[in-house]
Ligand binder design. Sequence first.
Ligand code: OGA
Ligand code: MN
Length: 293
Amino acid sequence: MGVTITPLHPLFAAEVSGVDASATLSQAVLAALMEAIDRYSVLVLRGQKLSDDQQIAFASLFGPPEINIGAHRAASQRRLARVEMADVSNVNPANEVHRRDDKRRMFNLGNMLWHTDSSFRDPPGGLSLLYAHAVPSRGGETEFADLRAAYAALDDETKALVADLHAEHSIMHSRASLGFTEFSESERAALPPVMQRVVRTHPGSGRKTLYLASHASHIIGWPVPEGRLLLRDLIEFATRREFVFVHHWRAGDLVIWDNRCTLHRGRPYPLDERRDLRRVTTADHAAMAEKAA
Ligand code: OGA
Ligand code: MN
């Protein structure tokens, strides 16, 4: 079966057909996928049938999966056995939809802010692979913004301004910005803030990209309010509609995105409906080397 790549947006995002992510892939197919990721940043594979183990095995072809930050939770609080799996669902281990004030729901609501996965970790997120087991009858889309295109569209003055800046990223910051501050001392200690460049070179394409997220709280060396305003301005610019692709989920969709050069956010959906999405994210070890250089 041949691999077909069909663009979904004028700037980025493509649908890939002819790939069964549960099967053993040839080197040629894997190379075609990697090339497509470097070109399009977001790939949509429809009609997949994946167990958690198969999703993790497929993700591992692109890099070492990170251990999810929810893995430390007590087993009784966790629905999914594998520590590589982020539970992006609204379902508890008893298979019931979370109550409105459930702590896990509060935490996952942070996914509705524009972000890139694990920018608050060292190493940060590389690729994310999100697979849909069940989707609500309406809403619950995931939106993506193209940060390479946004960087290219900045005026020269702004490019010069941001060229050498670093931002501090923390999961506590993005959650606190929504009024969610219920982190224990051990959670805080396990996830200290990290510094990230605001402009990076995307390794697969050599193109410059912004690197932004709701997790970014301020610019190193700048007064906090001034840096926070700049970060807000940059996210506002980068998420103008012309830079955004909207994915409408169906059960069986596997979406792969490159956290190094995109932002994403989830959209609301009916409170009482199940949405069971599960994510594996690879660790971007190359980013650490770039930062140290
Ligand atoms: C994620 C995420 C958004 C969504 O899985 O990393 O941000 O639409 N998801 O669920
Ligand atoms: Mn995310």
